[in-house]
Design a protein around this ligand. Structure first.
Ligand SMILES: NC(=O)c1ccc[n+]([C@@H]2O[C@H](COP(=O)([O-])OP(=O)(O)OC[C@H]3O[C@@H](n4cnc5c(N)ncnc54)[C@H](O)[C@@H]3O)[C@@H](O)[C@H]2O)c1
Ligand SMILES: O=P(O)(O)OC[C@@H](O)[C@@H](O)[C@H](O)[C@H](O)CO
Length: 377
């Protein structure tokens, strides 16, 4: 049986990637630092995935294993060494921490071909993970590892909110899902992954996903939070918010259909579908989860700044995107460390310095002037 090791047994880990690997015939081992989740997975070896829709089906994912990466590091390294595929869904900022055990496992795997795929919301997430892994690999082994391990970038799409069930492991997911993998970065034959889409160039797909689903989602979250709503569903009942999100997605849609080969009508249908997904009353997704980590979301190559810069490069002014960016700067949530850091910066540093530092732009960039004007208005 083919073996998979998946780092991050959280929402998307259990609700999408781990479940898909298991259904594709892999023997799945979850690795996480959450002792309760890992213990429950060890005890039961299975969990339930619920479809968040009317009369939604329940699917049992069974025969899974689990390891605690803080307490069972040697076993984690051994599992990676035996794995045909290693995946992550831990968050882009955590990739540096999972890189070392993956590197040590790859050092021990011999010449067997294997794959490593980061399933995070970020452009080039697997590239980022590979760079971290390379820093932990014995330099004499690096060439062999790179010759036998493929590191394809990927885009993952499925809304999986934070979970509240009587059973700790149960995870409710929206019915829609999409996993797109860059086939050009796979050195051997493609892995057997049910329903995954292999494409020759991931860039248009990850940007379409990030700049439509995630730009839209974040805009609803930040605007909704300002208006006192709690969930995405609630915020989507507010037609003023829906109108702004549509306007934001018109701007990112212009970028996507101009720079890439996406048909305008197809993009328009994609936007409608995404907004329908946000309006799913069976998904209770908190604005605080969707808006989490505003420093990451406001960074240079993320869902707001990158499409706004692309729009300017195409000779168009971002307008609605600035509404989303302003609301993101104002996201003030004490439980979110990045929100606290952002608000502290705004209180203690000159505004222009904060905008430059957070966005990764320079004082000379036109977008910085536009953001400043918007924030000061
Ligand atoms: N939830 C979604 O709707 C969704 C959809 C697509 C992509 N994603 C992406 O998937 C990633 C995970 O998101 P999520 O919503 O599942 O978050 P989550 O917080 O539910 O899960 C992350 C998991 O990683 C674990 N973790 C943290 N540090 C770790 C470490 N050092 N080693 C091993 N595990 C560690 C956490 O304990 C947690 O269980 C993010 O990059 C996110 O952008 C999420
Ligand atoms: O995971 P983040 O923090 O990058 O973004 C929050 C949500 O927009 C995200 O998790 C979506 O639910 C997901 O990307 C849908 O595929």
């Amino acid at each position: 049986m083919m073996k998979a090791v998946h780092f991050g047994a959280g929402n998307i880990g259990r609700g999408f990637i781990g479940a898909l690997l298991s259904k594709s015939g892999y023997d799945v081992t979850f690795v996480d630092v959450n002792a309760d989740i890992i213990q429950a997975l060890k005890d039961k070896g299975s969990y339930t995935v619920l479809m968040a829709e009317e009369n939604g089906a329940a699917e049992v994912i069974s025969g899974v294993h689990a390891l605690n990466s803080e307490r069972e590091l040697d076993a984690v390294v051994e599992a990676v060494a035996q794995a045909d595929i290693v995946t992550t869904a831990v968050g882009p900022n955590i990739l540096r921490f999972v890189a070392e055990p993956i590197a040590k496992g790859l050092e021990q795997k011999g010449n067997r071909p294997s794959l490593v795929i980061a399933c995070e919301n970020a452009i080039g997430a697997t590239d980022t993970l590979r760079v971290h892994i390379e820093q932990h690999v014995d330099s004499e082994k690096l060439a062999d590892i790179l010759a036998t391990t493929s590191f394809p970038n990927s885009a993952v799409d499925r809304i999986v909110p934070n979970q509240q069930h009587d059973e700790l492991l149960t995870v409710a997911v929206e019915p829609f899902f999409e996993w797109v993998i860059d086939a050009s970065m796979i050195q051997t034959e493609k892995p057997k992954l049910a329903d995954a889409l292999f494409v020759p160039d991931l860039t248009p797909f990850i940007e379409r996903k990030l700049f439509t689903v995630n730009t839209g989602h974040a805009t609803v979250a930040y605007l909704g939070y300002q208006k006192g709503y709690t969930t995405i569903y609630e915020a989507m009942q507010d037609q003023e918010i829906v109108a702004t999100v549509r306007a934001v997605l018109q701007e990112t849609g212009y970028v996507l259909t101009t720079v890439y080969d996406f048909d305008k009508e197809e993009q328009s249908a994609y936007i409608d579908k995404v907004l329908n997904r946000f309006s799913n009353s069976y998904v209770s997704d908190e604005l605080i989860r969707v808006g989490r980590s505003p420093l990451r979301k406001l960074s240079r190559y993320e869902r707001f700044i990158k499409p706004a810069m692309m729009l300017l490069q195409l000779g168009q002014q971002p307008v609605a995107l600035l509404d989303g960016i302003k609301a993101a700067f104002q996201f003030d949530v004490t439980e979110d460390a990045e929100s606290v850091e952002l608000q502290t910066k705004l209180k203690t540093l000159p505004l222009i310095d904060v905008v430059v530092e957070v966005t990764g732009l320079t004082k000379e960039d036109e977008l910085v002037s536009l953001i400043l004007a918007k924030l000061e208005a």
